[in-house]
Ligand binder design. Structure first.
Ligand SMILES: [Zn+2]
Length: 316
């Protein structure tokens, strides 16, 4: 029997159900959402409360991604759809929630303020509870990359979960931004959760004329016109744009079904690349393995708040 120097981490769910309501960014429709506790090993599952039976259920996994234009949308074999799941998924990742049922009475997660902060607030209000099952992570064993036109994305072996992101929007208020964070050591709430989605005023006009982004407004997006930011309150982070792209990436990658242990590098990538990266990763059984995670409180030194795999890191 291999020795296990650290206490295993337990899976977590919500302590109690909690709800909110808001509008969908793309449909503009008002929706109510309730986050509910779920059994160990069940993962994150969306449930449409306006439908019944199997048609109502959509597991939050990369295999259920049906659309990556403008947002990430999930669907099932019955044609049921849940759009704009990425900010909520990022909050669930950031709060360490393994198992939850997300009940929604419409086809899109409410956009709230365009960030993940309102969802973190909801989860914190509900509280979390440890469950009688060991938390597993997906350890990257060799590099997987996706290259498409001028976009690039890779995930390579590494302890913890770090994301390095670079965007280049040319000559406007966004311009060029880059940011790197180690999220396995916490920091999601402070460093990423408040970053809002963004758009150019001319694109929003065009999308709304096409019946999209109907719910988009200065209340739930940073709106840019050339070198100007139209929101009176300005930005929440100096580099809010790249941080929002990182937030999207973290939420999309949580569709892996468990926390990833590795280093993500992303250049000008978006929802489509996040999905392509997971598809490529899971297509190669030598590129990853499931590992039991250690309780961070029992890990020493540099691993202290990271994703220590049980038995790994003991030598340093
Ligand atoms: Zn987003």
């Amino acid at each position: 029997m291999p020795s296990r120097p650290y206490k295993p981490a337990a899976q977590k769910t919500l302590k109690t159900a909690i709800g909110c309501s808001g509008i969908g960014l793309h449909t503009g429709a008002r929706v109510s959402m309730t986050l509910r506790p779920a059994a160990p090993g069940s993962g994150i599952v969306f449930q449409r409360s306006d439908l019944s039976g199997d048609a109502a259920l959509v597991p939050a996994t990369w295999r259920h991604v049906v659309d990556t234009r403008l947002c990430t949308a999930l669907g099932n074999a019955q044609g049921t759809r849940i759009g704009t799941i990425e900010h909520l998924m990022a909050a669930l990742y950031g709060c360490g929630i393994d198992n939850a049922v997300v009940e929604i009475d419409g086809p899109e997660v409410p956009v709230m303020d365009g960030s993940a902060a309102p969802f973190v607030f909801l989860i914190e209000c509900a509280g979390t509870v440890e469950q009688a099952a060991i938390r597993q992570g997906i350890e990257i064993c060799r590099e997987i990359s996706v290259v498409e036109d001028d976009s690039y994305m890779s995930i390579s072996p590494g302890s913890g979960f770090s994301v390095g992101f670079e965007i280049d929007f040319g000559d406007n208020a966004i311009s060029r931004q880059s940011c790197e964070l180690d999220l396995g050591r916490g920091g999601f709430k402070a460093d990423l959760s408040r970053a809002r989605t963004f758009g150019f005023v001319q694109d929003i006009d065009r999308l709304q004329a096409a019946g999209l982004a109907r719910g988009g407004s200065l209340d739930n997006a940073v709106v840019i016109s050339g070198n100007r930011i139209l929101n009176d309150e300005g930005l929440r982070y100096d580099d809010e744009f790249v941080r929002h792209k990182m937030l999207d990436c973290v939420g999309d990658l949580y569709l892996a079904g468990a926390p990833l242990i590795g280093q993500v590098t992303a250049v000008r990538s978006g929802h489509r690349h996040n999905h392509s990266l997971l598809s490529a990763l899971f297509a190669d059984p030598t590129a990853y393995r499931y590992v039991d995670l250690a309780d961070s409180a029992t890990l020493p030194g540099r691993l202290a708040s990271g994703y220590g795999a049980l038995g790994l890191g003991a030598a340093d």
